[in-house]
Design a protein around this ligand. Structure first.
Ligand SMILES: NC(=O)c1ccc[n+]([C@@H]2O[C@H](COP(=O)([O-])OP(=O)(O)OC[C@H]3O[C@@H](n4cnc5c(N)ncnc54)[C@H](O)[C@@H]3O)[C@@H](O)[C@H]2O)c1
Ligand SMILES: [Zn+2]
Ligand SMILES: [Zn+2]
Length: 388
């Protein structure tokens, strides 16, 4: 699946992926998911060059292994984290794999099929070269096409990112959590918050079919077309018996999550973007001493910034409100591999059901139509999974 230019993608023949280093494997892809991150590139915003093979959410079977690979072998079913890493550098050794110092010359952290994130070819393809395979291949039980296929492909990115958003926001037992964005990442952040024991989880968006999935996960949907989401959440928290005595000022939430990123829509006009909208709303709804996790991507260079945006990624944010409330804010890419194994095991015991966000399946040839529909938020596409 090759990026041809703004809002143009196509299926092209490219050279087969091969073992280049003794530590590589080549994986035959059985499922490869599409992501909101692909849309930042598809929309021509983040400097993708024509010819880029897209995709960073791969699940498959090892086909060939280099001579130095010892942890996996041909025939093994594996999922690979989006953010590839070496496993042994100072940041990897601390489990902070998205900031690996060795995978991107002149930078830190890398990803497959991702403009500006290293030379690694994308995973919406039949074959994928996986560097540092002992670190990057997560073994899985079962066989391709079984009942776990949809859940396991979400271990590459969407589920681990949802979980990471909860880590950034420090969600735990008894918390009240507001998640902005009901894409796969926001929905799986809501699912993660419930699994981590939150008392209440609100999911904010303007797309009813996505909010319905949030309700399915036990979250309370908040539709921004019905008014200010913060006011809606406060009034929900005050409904029923109302806030307990002495807690009237705490009718916001303890934790807030941005699962939208720089392409956030303006609530004043849903046809326009406003990259400040979500952080403004989060600053307003989070309680004093609350925590915010920002998992939505903010691009370093935006080729077509919105009116309130900035080409170099600089944003005006409500710093004083955050200071005054004593809010902790965490940012960034998910350190996938910290969570892959534990989320795999929650899937295997049936406690986690991330596959509820998967709405579409098809061969690579269907991908251009999926990109169009996903970009326009049409046909109910939340997560499309390709089977190359
Ligand atoms: N941190 C990471 O490692 C990481 C990993 C994967 C994805 N991401 C990012 O997470 C974000 C979400 O990914 P996704 O696949 O779920 O994308 P998506 O595009 O499917 O979902 C985004 C959702 O946000 C909603 N939205 C837009 N403006 C809003 C607003 N003002 N308030 C509330 N909701 C609003 C949209 O309607 C949409 O449902 C993207 O920015 C993606 O790049 C980050
Ligand atoms: Zn992704
Ligand atoms: Zn490393």
């Amino acid at each position: 699946m090759v990026y041809e230019g703004t809002r143009r993608v196509g299926v092209h023949e490219v050279e087969d992926a091969v073992v280049e280093e003794p530590t590589d494997v080549v994986v035959r892809i059985t499922s490869s998911a599409m992501c909101g991150t692909d849309l930042h590139m598809y929309d021509g915003r983040t400097g993708a060059r024509p010819g880029l093979v897209l995709g960073h959410e791969p699940l498959g079977v090892v086909e060939k292994a280099g001579p130095a690979v010892t942890m996996v072998a041909p025939g093994d079913r594996v999922v690979m984290p989006t953010h590839l890493y070496c496993g042994v550098c100072p940041t990897c050794a601390r489990g902070l794999t998205a900031a690996c110092t060795r995978v991107r010359p002149g930078g830190f952290g890398a990803a497959y099929g991702y403009a500006g994130m290293g030379p690694y070819r994308g995973a919406q393809a039949e074959l994928l070269r996986v560097p540092y395979a002992d670190a990057n291949c997560m073994p899985l039980p079962g066989s391709p096409g079984d009942a776990y296929e949809d859940a396991f492909v979400l271990l590459a990115d969407a589920f681990v990112t949802g979980w990471h958003a909860c880590e950034l926001a420090g969600t735990g037992p008894g918390d009240s959590v507001a998640v902005f964005g009901a894409g796969a990442v926001g929905l799986l952040a809501a699912h993660s918050a419930v699994l981590r024991g939150a008392a209440e989880v609100y999911v904010v968006d303007h797309l009813p079919e996505r909010l319905a999935v949030a309700a399915d996960f036990g979250a309370l949907p908040v539709d921004t077309r019905d008014g200010d989401p913060g006011e809606q959440i406060r009034s929900l928290r005050n409904s029923g018996g109302g806030m307990p005595p002495g807690e009237a000022g705490l009718d916001g939430v303890t934790c807030g999550i941005d699962a939208v990123g720089f392409q956030a829509r303006s609530r004043a006009d849903l046809d326009q973007e406003d990259p400040r909208q979500v952080i403004d709303d989060l600053a307003a709804i989070v309680n004093p001493t609350g925590r915010i996790g920002v998992a939505g991507v903010f691009a370093a260079h935006d080729a077509h910034p919105a009116p309130h945006g900035h080409a170099d990624g600089t944003l005006q944010v409500p710093w004083a409100v955050l200071f005054d409330k004593g809010v902790r804010v965490g940012f960034g890419r998910t350190h996938d591999r910290r969570y892959t194994r534990l989320l795999r095991d929650l899937i295997l015991t049936g406690r986690a059901e991330p596959q509820r966000v998967v709405t579409h399946h098809g061969p690579l040839e269907d991908a251009p139509a999926f990109y169009t529909a996903f970009d326009r938020r049409e046909d109910g596409v939340i997560k499309a999974v390709l089977h190359p």
